[in-house]
Ligand binder design. Sequence first.
Ligand SMILES: [Zn+2]
Length: 752
Amino acid sequence: MGWSVAALQPPQPKAADAPAGQFSAARAFAHVQQIGAQPHVAGSAADATVTTDIATTLTGLGLDTRVQNAVGAWESAPGTTDMARVHNVVGFLKGSDSTGRLYLMAHHDSVQNGPGGSDDGAGVSTLLETVRALTAGPQLRNDVVVLFTDAEEACLCGAEAFATSHPLAGSGGVALNFEARGTSGPPIMFETSRGNAGLAAAFAEAAPHPVATSFAVEVYRALPNDTDFSVLLADGRFTGMNSAWIDGAAAYHTPQDRPDLMNRASLQAMGDNALALVRDLGDRDISALAKPASEDATYFPVLGRLVRYPGSLVWPFAGASLLAVVVLAFVLRRRGISSLRRTAGGTALALLPIVLGPLAAMGLWKVLVAIRPGYGAMLDPWQPGWFRLATVAVVVAVVLIWYVLLRRRIGAATLATGALVWLAVLAAVLAKFAPGGSYLTAWPALAGAVAGIVAAATDNRAVRLVSALVGGAVAVVVLAPTIALFFPALGLKTAAVPGFFVALLAVALLPALEWLFADPEERPASRLAGAAVPAAAVVLAVVCSAIGLSVDRFDAAHPVPSQLAYALDRDTGKAWWASTETDPGAYTGRYVDGRATLPVDFPYLAGKDLTVGPAQVADLPAPLVSTESDAVVGGKRVLTVRVTPQRAGVRLLGVDLAVDGGKVTRAQAAGRAVPEVALGEDHLSITFHAPPADGLQVSFTIEGGGAATLRATDGSDGLSGLPGFQPRPVGVDVAGTHSSDLVLVSGTTPLG
Ligand SMILES: [Zn+2]
């Protein structure tokens, strides 16, 4: 089991004097230190410096490099859109005989409160060092576009502006995006375009550290999470793959996402993969890969390699596992080991540990949060390793207790077969709803059933032992790496999901575990020894939890996250503290006292169930709204306003127009048309990131209706200086959300 998980671990980082044609984490890390020196949110002076640095580096490497200055728009829905002024750095590396374009992407902006050492210093430094290594070698066959996007954190608007308006977006191609959600762990190729068979094959063959699972692709497609890659996929002209490392999530989007916390081995792995993939895809005919293949592939890591087969085999394998389990049930009956009726009973009983295991995993995390409330707001604690082991132990303990209580009454073979029924059924359910995940239970069920048939057919103890071990080994090799990837992916907050797969692995191992209990004469001493096995798992869970609690302590370097924002409504002269923490910690609790939805629709806070408290009114003005023109053209009212912040450090503007009974049929902000999907309502709400310093010009075309009012809100970062605000004590720091430490000031202007 150790081997199958250890094979996921990233390699030794290469030193700065590594050969020029290789990727060196040390050389890449020099870029990380430069980029991640301070927060560089879109529109900030720090991000302008990062933009210039990247452009200078690319130009120095001989790439034709330009900065795209544009306005992007994304996340539009009826009545609302996000927009941003962006500066994308775009470098072009001409191929010798191009068959299509390869796009390499990472975002250069960070969140407002963190330096983005890993997010996305990981991707930016990976691409800069990859391009350096490429330019040290022979020219590639295909054209390569290197794209460093802006405003990914704000609204994916840089990627959108590139896709919709940059000439190099052309007719699209194959895109590779590089990200990080945390500071460590193996880079995982976790997302692909649809019809990924060809791309998965290329990845499996080229990537030296092929950590990827088709189940992650299924899970990610079902989640609302987004990166720049989502924009390209939605565009339709691109295919591609998205990679990220995701462990060390406690630092994600926080002030602790510093360069020095980045795991250099993770960087080496990401770089090795990027360079190898670009060389591979850069030199072959990629015209076929630039179109979706006819099907998705199934793939998963096994002992350092990627096992892969076409999606069309998912159903045959799931079917084979079901059939094998049915055959096993009949063999047991024929051999007089278990009747079909008993096996059906065993199947019903096998549901217990599969359901109770994940609940126990969830319960353990609840206990840990009760002991250390600061964990409540975190996806994962700072050092989750011991807690993950404890979670595995607690789930295994549940399975073992269930097994010890029932194995003599029901029969070991009956219970093990009952468990295999569920694995095979799940393989079919997954084949239907998430085919990329069916392998997780199809192979353990198939191997377990075949091993069971062999064992039932013989009285030879050695053959029975070997078949139990082989069946168990298949379950370990297939399930353990995916479980190891699941823990960081979902966090201990969602430990029930990896807990579910731990329970499946544990029940698949029952025939092998049986040898810990096996004693043909069932002497009393062996019963005692039998009880000792689950007891050992319980002790292990307690010990691992205790070690985890003593190793993982909150301090200045590993603070408790605190999420707090300040919102001021100039119209009513009311101000609030607001937090997204559902159960506010000691520090945040000083400001908030109950749950409520704010009466004013502030950006990021609108409509959310928040914990809020009254705040003193700060001496901060709302943005100034001035009408530049207001005329009726062709029966429609065309209204142009300028919204100008009246205070320093404004990062975003919220512009909400409401028309009494009318319809907003067109709109433009900073010269960019608002996407059609946001139009047609009696209101339009634009959240504009990185607005121009001299104010944002917005024009609306309104059909029908009466008076219009415009609410303008501006947002800046940092709560210090606000009346009543006390800086956080040592050991408490800003939480990693887009609304942390946001100061919002709002006012309405009637426009007649
Ligand atoms: Zn990112």
